[in-house]
Unconditional design. Structure first.
Length: 206
């Protein structure tokens, strides 16, 4: 399983002079990500690799975090992510954008943009009620449960509440291009998260 940690810089577009096609792409500043630790199924019960991203000064981290990184000869980094799956990496190696090829299918995970407290129409795409003949149920959710049986509201009922700001994964994306010198990865389409948010790019093996 190939993967890398990056920062979403924003969106732009690439124009192909030969075909005349315009491709919307998301620019991700990915890596370099040093390998901090390796998890093995025989020892840990699963296969994974732990990567570090975003170098910072030692004052930004706690002593346990610094000790964990120094134990594996890695400098202070702000973000640690485990990417599960079989791999051929070893502690001390560094993952860069060169591990991905143009045309390769990937999936990108990140924290979606928070929308705050929203109603059921925006949050769950409910239909509104009638707006004529004295109706008072225009944007209300309507009935959320029965009276006598079961005399309660079921857990998980779609209601108003916090929208967004949750981990989301966009699958079926394609790597359009890469720039090893600037550590840039261009992915076709949109990915979760706001600008400058941390995202994890993994190969899509579906």
């Amino acid at each position: 399983m190939k993967g890398i940690i990056g920062r979403k810089l924003g969106m732009t577009q690439i124009f192909d002079e030969e075909t005349g096609s315009l491709t919307p792409v998301t620019v991700i500043q990915a890596g370099p990500c040093p390998v901090v630790a390796v998890r093995l199924a025989d020892v840990d019960g699963y296969d994974a690799v732990q990567l570090a991203f975003d170098e910072v000064s030692e004052e930004k981290l706690s002593k346990p975090e610094l000790g964990h990184l120094k134990k594996h000869n890695v400098g202070p980094h702000r973000k640690l992510v485990e990417i599960r799956g079989p791999h051929e990496l070893a502690p001390g190696e560094t993952v860069t954008v060169e591990s991905f090829e143009p045309g390769e299918k990937v999936k990108v995970s990140g924290v979606s943009i928070g929308k705050g407290f929203q109603g059921t129409i925006k949050r769950h795409r409910f239909h509104r009620g009638p707006v004529s003949h004295g109706s008072h149920n225009i944007r209300k959710p309507g009935s959320i449960g029965a009276s006598a049986t079961p005399s309660r509201v079921f857990k998980g009922q779609k209601m108003a509440g916090q929208m967004g700001a949750k981990t989301a994964t966009q699958v079926g994306l394609t790597v359009v291009d890469r720039d090893p010198e600037l550590n840039l990865l261009l992915v076709k389409g949109a990915v979760p998260g706001h600008k400058n948010s941390i995202v994890v790019v993994r190969e899509d093996s579906r």
